[in-house]
Ligand binder design. Structure first.
Ligand SMILES: NC(=O)c1ccc[n+]([C@@H]2O[C@H](COP(=O)([O-])OP(=O)(O)OC[C@H]3O[C@@H](n4cnc5c(N)ncnc54)[C@H](OP(=O)(O)O)[C@@H]3O)[C@@H](O)[C@H]2O)c1
Length: 310
């Protein structure tokens, strides 16, 4: 029987198990995908710990994961696209992607361009749609100076590149070890932490037009101190600061996922967007993968490699 990640109570990574499950046959307008790679995201930790119980309650035994890439193995009635054998990128809203097989509505997969690496393909949905939502929320324009706080993270690394592609000068906050990579993307790296506003003023004395916060801490406060207009400050994580300072809080749910995922896959295929993967784990080591993610330092994304491609 195929395997999938499940947890049967809220808790730390120790509640995660890889168990045998039935591979559900695709119903009308559904497809079954043999998963190659799955990305993991911090929000899954909060769901599993029960912090999002009111908004996103778990139904035990609960699965995990939204981002996956794989090969279509079966199609149900009424499916014109995809076909059996197609390589696809999937975006689940059922928390079931961390599995050897996912059965999903056919509208929730897009073609995986051949040039896009499997692991990168699996990273594009949650982080990518969120990054695009940030760019739209702060209305990045050519010639703008934009700060991306937490620029080395999964969302930040994509937001940084989308802002550069839009013609902005990007000041990217990150740990020193990630500065060279961010510089290679065309951004100006700066250390986060106390004194950030001063450091940014020195780098861009003419001011900051827009500010994207992917981390929290005091980033929204810093943005306000820098004089960034409030309708051009967006946080995806610090809702207390969003309410206090009356800035924006647009996340992934504010964009059309299929459209954005297709755009991002094309950018990757054309060599205009890259996603570093700083750690990979087999599905069986899902606990270790989340323990690494929970350290909240790294460059890009962590991926579960479910099976070898090909
Ligand atoms: N609202 C939504 O729709 C939505 C969607 C997706 C994610 N999120 C949330 O957005 C946040 C970011 O997600 P993610 O996937 O990008 O997380 P992630 O990949 O785990 O982010 C890790 C990054 O955070 C950076 N970091 C650590 N401490 C920092 C600090 N004090 N200041 C600035 N950066 C710091 C690290 O940079 P260094 O390695 O350089 O230290 C690391 O690269 C999470 O809280 C997540 O839950 C919200």
């Amino acid at each position: 029987m195929p395997k999938a990640v499940r947890f049967s109570r809220y808790g730390g990574s120790e509640v995660l198990d890889v168990v045998e499950v039935d591979a559900r046959e695709p119903g009308r307008r559904e497809v079954q995908v043999s998963v190659v790679s799955v990305a993991i995201n911090p929000g899954e930790i909060q769901v599993r710990q029960g912090q999002f119980h009111d908004a996103f309650p778990a139904h035990f035994p609960e699965g995990q994961g939204s981002d996956f890439a794989g090969v279509v193995t079966k199609v149900g009635e009424g499916v014109d696209f995809p076909r059996v054998g197609d390589e696809v990128i999937g975006f689940s809203d059922s928390r079931d992607a961390q599995a050897e097989f996912v059965t999903i509505d056919a509208s929730r997969v897009i073609p995986k361009p051949h040039a896009v690496d499997w692991n990168v393909a699996a990273c594009l949905f949650v982080a990518g749609t969120t990054a695009r939502a940030c760019i739209i929320a702060v209305d990045v324009r050519p010639g703008d100076t934009v700060v991306v706080a937490g620029a080395a993270g999964g969302v930040g690394i994509i937001a940084t590149q989308l802002a550069v592609l839009a013609g902005a000068a990007v000041v990217a906050t990150a740990s020193e070890e990630n500065h060279a990579y961010l510089r290679s993307l065309g951004a100006i790296p700066v250390a986060y932490g106390p004194g950030l506003a001063e450091r940014i003023r020195k780098i861009v004395p003419d001011g900051v037009d827009a500010f994207i916060d992917t981390h929290g801490a005091d980033n929204v406060k810093v943005a306000v101190e820098l004089g960034v207009p409030k309708d051009r400050i967006n946080t995806i994580t610090d809702y207390a600061a969003k309410n206090k300072f009356r800035v924006k809080g647009a996340g992934m749910s504010t964009v059309e996922p299929r459209e954005v995922l297709t755009e991002l896959a094309r950018l990757v295929a054309n060599g205009d967007l890259e996603i570093p993967i700083y750690a990979t784990y087999p599905l069986d080591r899902v606990r270790a993968a989340y323990e690494r993610l929970g350290l909240r330092h790294g460059l890009g994304k962590i991926v579960l490699e479910v099976r070898p491609a090909g």
